[in-house]
Design a binder for this molecule. Structure first.
Ligand code: NDP
Length: 405
């Protein structure tokens, strides 16, 4: 029986809250705190309508998560054991500061990013290790799907299938259709910053940089389709190559449709994806923030979304029997099914469910280690068991190379 604060009431916050309501044996009291409190109120109203049997007690509050004293005041008032941060990556450090000041455990789904420069790295958050250790607190970083479940899948490969992992390929396919000309599946600003940045992968101890979307190949996604997929940098690569030092090469692949890329390159070409503020009628405004205001909100895509996501991890290396092998661990998630269940599209669902699971494992003491940690440092078995229970069934495919060298 635990008290938890969820910060953020966007696409992911909606799913986390509803999954906590389903898992009411663990989550007894939940406060949803966010900038625009009406969004949190809407989630609570939907929980009352769709999950009337849930015993979880919900309340809402307005908070500016960039403001440490405001967070401290809120945490001291509600006295949570754990904060689930599903606001934006810009708020990670202020929320971690407030957790340290009030003695609260911490979980997030995306690494800290400064507002003014698109840089995806854990250095800022890993710098909090000693302070969390000294305070006897745990911070779990990147516990969504990718990062999150993909780190768990890699740990599962290492525990159950491989003596040494040599080649790691994380693949993320969204084969869904939301019927809009152009929209992003999660926060547009974060999504576009990620895709327009240079690609990067790890090879023989070094990071190899590529132009954005420079490397591609057709990849078969089991139960879904073959889709053209592009190498881009993704944050879990940084911790995985450190925690599994036998890895010689690690890459991350994502599918993008032709129309999506065409729209994005036009928007980029005319400067609309820039994060550098310009003067507009006496106001400083970053073009990408304006673009976000024009694009459909990710949560609004959910109602008519069809198709599936397929996200998985292919590992190649030496098996426990000393033979070379290839193995794939993955999940397929259906957009229409997640809408029926929690009024969300699959991308929010695949992020929110692992966040709830990570929080539940922390609160139950199953994953329990003071300091600042990435997901792959823990036993993957209980996490995968919970994925199977809470709507993200995990599948495996042996001996077929889906991603080629
Ligand atoms: P949304 O933009 O839909 O929601 C973000 C929420 O955070 C909104 O409710 C927003 O409030 C709130 N918020 C933003 N700034 C503040 C602030 N200063 N104070 C308080 N609340 C604030 O994003 P998503 O739900 O799509 O994504 C949430 C997080 O999940 C992001 O960090 C994203 O990077 C991460 N993510 C991780 C994935 C993974 O697999 N690991 C995949 C997808 C997303 P308001 O409504 O007022 O703007």
């Amino acid at each position: 029986m635990s008290r938890v604060i969820i910060i953020g009431a966007g696409g992911v916050g909606n799913v986390v809250a509803k999954k906590c309501a389903q898992n009411d044996r663990v989550f007894s009291e939940v406060l949803i705190a966010t900038r625009t409190v009406s969004k949190a109120d809407k989630i609570v109203a939907e929980i009352k309508e769709h999950l009337p049997q849930s015993q979880t007690k919900f309340s809402t509050a307005s908070v500016d998560a960039d403001n440490v004293p405001a967070l401290v005041e809120l945490f001291n008032r509600f006295k949570p054991e754990l904060v689930i941060n599903v606001a934006l990556p810009y708020q990670d450090l202020t929320i971690m500061d407030a957790c340290l000041e009030t003695g609260v455990h911490y979980l997030d789904t995306a690494n800290y990013e400064p507002l003014d420069v698109a840089k995806f790295e854990y250095s800022w958050q890993w710098a909090y290790r000693e302070r969390f250790e000294k305070a006897g607190l745990m911070a779990l970083l990147g516990c969504g799907f990718d990062p999150g479940a993909t780190n768990v899948f890699t740990a599962h490969h290492a525990k159950h299938h491989f003596k040494e992992i040599h080649y790691l390929d994380i693949v993320d396919c969204n084969n869904g259709n939301h019927g809009k000309a152009f929209a992003t599946n999660f926060n547009p600003e974060i999504n576009i910053r990620e895709i327009t940045a240079n690609g990067r992968y790890y090879e023989n101890g070094e990071w190899v940089e590529t132009a954005p979307l420079e490397i591609s190949q057709d990849i078969y996604y089991p139960k879904v389709q073959t889709r053209k997929s592009f190498v881009l940098y993704h944050e879990e690569l940084e911790s995985l190559v450190l925690n599994f030092p036998t890895i010689k090469r690690a890459r991350f692949w994502m599918t993008f449709g032709e129309s999506y890329i065409k729209h994005l390159s036009v928007l980029e070409g005319i400067g609309m994806t820039s994060i550098v503020p310009i003067d507009f009628r006496g106001q400083k405004i970053a073009p990408i923030e304006f673009l976000k205001a024009v694009l459909p909100a990710p949560e609004s895509l959910a109602e008519n979304y069809t198709g599936q996501t397929c996200i998985g991890v292919q590992a190649k290396g030496i098996g426990h029997d000393g033979q070379e092998k290839v193995h794939f661990v993955y999940n397929v998630c259906d957009h229409a099914a997640t809408y029926r269940e929690v009024q969300a599209q699959g991308v929010s669902y695949t992020t929110g469910v692992p966040a709830m699971i990570g929080a539940a494992l922390m609160l139950q003491g199953v994953w329990n280690k003071v300091g600042v940690h990435n997901v792959e440092e823990f036993d993957p078995d209980p996490f995968i068991a919970e994925m199977n229970k809470w709507g993200l069934p995990v599948d495996e495919l042996a001996g077929i190379e889906l991603v080629r060298d």
